[in-house]
Design a protein around this ligand. Structure first.
Ligand code: ATP
Length: 195
């Protein structure tokens, strides 16, 4: 069974692409959702996050994401501290999940695939790309945040040109051409690789 990574910068359209792969019957692990789930439910991780960021980071046991985002997206050192706590346990959750799947290939979706070092155990990587202005507009609309907030998050992600070179398959999600046909094409190519 092949393990395929699906990555792309904030607002590139990873989750949109992942939904289409799911419709095609491909199991998808969403690392960002898994990380949020672990931050809310894994007691050991919660204890470490409290120790690092203070008691206020949880309200009635639920992660106060806005509070945490304010801290880490304005302080690269704090962001690194959070990543060191969250990434390894999330990568392990993805490995455990893949071991339970029965499919010709599975997809692991993660925004910070290269940054988190999780590309190492994947066979191929799909990258989703879109123009920066379009990505900013999408995220402002989706999350109701300012341009400055989107740009601050973008600055924590590796350069798009470098990411493009690291990917085996590239999807341009610029809204000028049909996304589904590009995904169909990649699905066929990956399926052929599993023969
Ligand atoms: P993040 O890293 O922030 O989670 P993402 O890469 O997963 O972002 P999506 O959530 O898939 O991106 O897309 C961002 C927004 O743009 C969503 O509201 C989505 O509906 C919209 N969007 C993505 N691709 C397209 C498209 N081809 N046409 C129209 N809207 C799109």
């Amino acid at each position: 069974m092949l393990k395929i990574g699906l990555t792309g910068g904030i607002g590139s359209g990873k989750t949109t692409v992942a939904k289409i792969f799911k419709i095609l019957g491909i199991p998808v692990f969403d690392a960002d959702t898994a990380a949020k789930d672990l931050m809310n439910n894994n007691e050991e991780l919660k204890r470490k996050i409290r120790e690092e960021f203070g008691e206020e980071v949880y309200q009635n046991g639920i992660l106060n994401r806005k509070y945490l985002a304010e801290i880490v997206f304005n302080d690269a050192y704090k962001l690194e501290k959070l990543n060191v706590l969250v990434h390894p346990i999330t990568i392990q959750a993805g490995i455990d999940w893949a071991a339970k799947q029965n499919a010709k290939y599975v997809i692991k979706e993660a925004a910070l695939m290269f940054e988190a070092g999780s590309a190492f155990n994947l066979d191929y990587i799909i990258g989703v790309f879109a123009p920066t202005d379009l990505r900013i507009a999408r995220v402002m609309q989706r999350d109701g945040i300012t341009k400055e907030q989107v740009v601050a998050r973008m600055e924590n992600q590796i350069d798009e040109r470098i990411k493009n070179k690291l990917c085996d398959f590239v999807i341009d999600n610029d809204e000028n051409s049909l996304l589904t046909s590009k995904i169909n094409d990649i699905n066929k190519k990956i399926s052929a690789l599993t023969q």
